[in-house]
Design a protein around this ligand. Structure first.
Ligand code: ZN
Length: 734
């Protein structure tokens, strides 16, 4: 068939109404029209499906499109029918059709009405379907999501491995176009080998999405992440976004939290019935809902061009997943922000899921996860890291401010000598070990491997003890990114020295590295932020002013400052800028009663401050907590109201006495008044009561341990102190 460029463009206009091709679409389509085997690697949003849809419409016969997901097929068929006047231009053949429907599809195909037939690989393995397809004039076969062929990909499907054999069974010399949105160099090789596309035309589009901004934030707790998400979403009113989470339960939880804060959000997961799922998709497309909280199932068939942000509430299982999901942002080429929350706790949870898998799957899964950890922790350009992962060279100078690490660069240190030491260590260990083992060698850890293989007697063992593990992890990872070292994927991440690395040992280039982020330390430093906001946007200046106001109010009332408001409450104010009394009651640890008692001067100060500094904080940015006092807490409050002895409450709520006191402390800290006088009456003698009360009146802090040390000579127990502290804070503060 002789087709000129003008014919292709005319057809584009005629069938799809577009004037222009995107990226590599035109040469790809030409290659397919010329009946060549064609391999397309194009990131999500690049216009992949047009590469087979247009030639299918232009060529005689029916194109066979192999696609892994039934749900995806239906969406694609619907969208093609949307462009065409004829319903039967596209069909799918899979297990979801009944006998009559399947017969109709076959008739349409044989009548030559159907230009595209979507099938699942499972469908192709059925003898009757193969027999049927032998009678069809197949123009070409498109293998969509071709990375499913490779077990090194994140989405391996064994039935994809049989595709070549089946195509050969259907007819001679049927051209193939294989397409994927994500493929590492190893996966690429696998696809070409498995489909035996010997003289293939390969089209690799850059994976760089330069309109996307990448950021990773630490996730001290779920509550922190949710707050931070609400604050973020509030800065994008009316914009569409997707929040990816790992579990079905979390979709509900996060969506609920957003809804409480007046954000139009909806959950989406595979466990919902198809009617509800379709409704959520439609609501999102029609912009009745702004934010979808979804498990990975969402978005496969959704092509909303103006998704402005993609948030990963949980870190994904692999870079491929991450890249694909973030790829749903900014498909129209305008801004898209990709923010991922990361904590070791989440990683440990993902590792737990791997335990039930087969050995091979487990090792593969662990390796993919390892890469994800490296991405999250890197201090270098995130874009460079991603592109390197997909086998692309990238100059990070080009990134400018489009990732958090380029926007806020970490200090770099000169590390030429240390890079040499790292590369040598890889060699010393026979290029047989991964990052962890090499680091253990460098810091001289007494491990079984170091002992059994006598590495502890070799040169270089323990040479880097002083710098520590984090430093050497940074060196080795940078070594991989700079191509001095190769991470062998087939051997689950074993490090090898490249030619460039050998060269380096003889004649080193200058190397600078930035140390990877230690997220565990980040989390510790910030404490367990269950009550506190602890977010990065805390207004330190305002916090200082609030603290000095608290001191003043405390002096006026002749009370210690912590009785007025506890530190977490002030921090929350410095985060939320409450401007009205009702806003104040949404601050953590501030009950209605407490607000009425003490909040007025604080509100005045914050109002003045917001005005003077022209802080743009619409009052709806306030974060409302989901009103959820646990069942246990409510039971405790009710029992105290009925003056039931604490020992009995502990027994009936299945808590130890100590845990019960902790629960009551939390109730009081959240601003609720409780009266345990009836219990203290007998439990604490009068002298101790007085001593403890006097102590707290003068104290700088309400910390019970400090109180215990101060009061130890008076024979007062920590339990007595804690009970009195509850009374003290509840009586005076709440
Ligand atoms: Zn960057």
């Amino acid at each position: 068939m002789e087709l000129g460029i003008t014919d292709i463009r005319q057809s584009l206009k005629e069938f799809f109404g577009f004037d222009q091709f995107k990226g590599l679409q035109e040469p790809i389509i030409k290659s397919v029209l010329e009946r060549n085997d064609t391999f397309v690697i194009m990131p999500t949003g690049g216009g992949k499906s047009l590469c087979y849809q247009l030639p299918a419409l232009m060529m005689p016969g029916t194109a066979l499109i192999i696609s892994p997901l039934i749900a995806l097929m239906k969406n694609q068929v619907d969208s093609i029918r949307g462009y065409s006047k004829e319903e039967d231009v596209a069909h799918f053949l899979n297990s979801s059709l009944n006998k009559t429907q399947a017969r109709q599809v076959r008739t349409d195909v044989l009548d030559g009405k159907t230009k595209m037939l979507f099938v699942a690989p499972e469908t192709l393995t059925k003898e009757e379907n193969v027999e049927f397809l032998k009678k069809v004039n197949v123009s070409f076969v498109a293998v969509d999501e071709a990375h499913c062929i490779s077990e090194w990909g994140h989405d391996f499907r064994p039935e994809y491995r049989k595709i070549r054999e089946i195509i050969d069974g259907i007819g001679d010399r049927i051209p193939i176009i294989a397409l994927t949105a994500t493929a590492t160099p190893k996966v690429r090789q696998d696809i070409i080998k498995n489909l035996t596309m010997d003289s293939v035309n390969e089209f690799v589009s850059s994976f760089n999405r330069d309109n996307l901004y990448y950021e990773v934030r630490s996730k001290p707790s779920r509550a922190d992440a949710q707050k931070s998400i609400v604050q973020y979403v509030k800065t994008k009113p009316g914009k569409s976004g997707i929040i990816y989470v790992q579990s079905r339960k979390s979709t509900e939880e996060v969506a609920n939290f957003l809804k409480v804060n007046d954000i139009k959000a909806a959950p989406y997961h595979a466990g919902m019935d198809s009617k509800s799922r379709t409704k959520v998709q439609d609501d999102f497309l029609m912009e009745r809902v702004d934010v979808i909280c979804a498990t990975i199932a969402f978005g496969m068939g959704i092509d909303k061009p103006d998704v402005r942000f993609v948030i990963h509430y949980d870190i994904p299982k692999s870079i491929e997943n991450y890249y694909q999901e973030t790829g749903r942002a900014g498909r129209d080429g305008l801004e898209g922000e990709c923010i991922a929350f990361y904590s070791y706790k989440d990683i440990r949870r993902l590792e737990k899921f791997l335990r039930d898998k087969s050995v091979a799957e487990r090792e593969m899964g662990a390796h993919l996860l390892e890469e994800m950890i490296c991405y999250a922790e890197t201090s270098g350009c995130r874009r460079k890291f991603l592109l390197h992962y997909f086998g692309e060279d990238y100059d990070e100078q080009q990134c400018k401010d489009k990732c958090d690490n380029c926007r806020h660069p970490k200090e770099k240190i000169e590390a030429t000598e240390e890079m040499g030491i790292g590369i040598k260590a890889v060699k010393t260990m026979g290029e047989n070990y991964g990052e962890k083992e090499v680091v253990n060698f460098l810091v001289g850890k007494n491990t079984q491997i170091n002992r059994d293989y006598k590495f502890d007697q070799l040169d270089g063992y323990g040479i880097g003890e002083e710098q520590g593990e984090n430093f050497w992890n940074s060196i080795l990872r940078q070594g991989v990114i700079l191509d001095y070292l190769i991470k062998d994927i087939e051997e689950y991440g074993v490090l090898k020295v490249s030619d460039k690395g050998e060269e380096f040992l003889k004649d080193p280039d200058d190397v600078e590295i930035s140390i990877i982020r230690d997220f565990d330390k980040d989390t510790e430093e910030r404490g367990n932020g269950d009550v506190t906001g602890g977010s990065a946007v805390l207004d330190e200046t305002l916090l200082k002013m609030l603290k000095s106001l608290r001191k003043k109010v405390a002096d006026q009332n002749d009370l210690p400052p912590f009785v007025i408001f506890q530190d977490p409450s002030l921090e929350d104010m410095a985060l939320q800028y409450p401007l009205r009394m009702e806003d104040m009651t949404k601050v953590s640890g501030v009950s209605q009663g407490k607000a009425m008692k003490y909040a007025r001067p604080f509100l005045d100060l914050i109002n003045e401050y917001v005005e003077e500094n022209e802080i743009e904080r619409p009052d709806d940015i306030l974060i409302k907590q989901v009103a959820e006092k646990s069942v246990k807490k409510i039971a405790i409050i009710k029992s105290i109201d009925r003056k039931i002895p604490l020992e009995d409450i502990a027994f009936s709520t299945n808590l130890t006495m100590e845990d019960l006191i902790t629960e009551i402390e939390m109730i009081v800290a959240s601003g609720t008044k409780v009266n345990i006088d009836y219990y203290i009456e007998d439990a604490v003698d009068d002298y101790s009561k007085e001593d403890i009360h006097d102590y707290f009146m003068e104290a700088e802090t309400d910390d019970p341990v400090t109180a215990y040390h101060e009061l130890k000579d008076d024979d007062i127990t920590i339990e007595e102190i804690r009970l009195m502290r509850i009374k003290f804070l509840s009586d005076l503060g709440n």
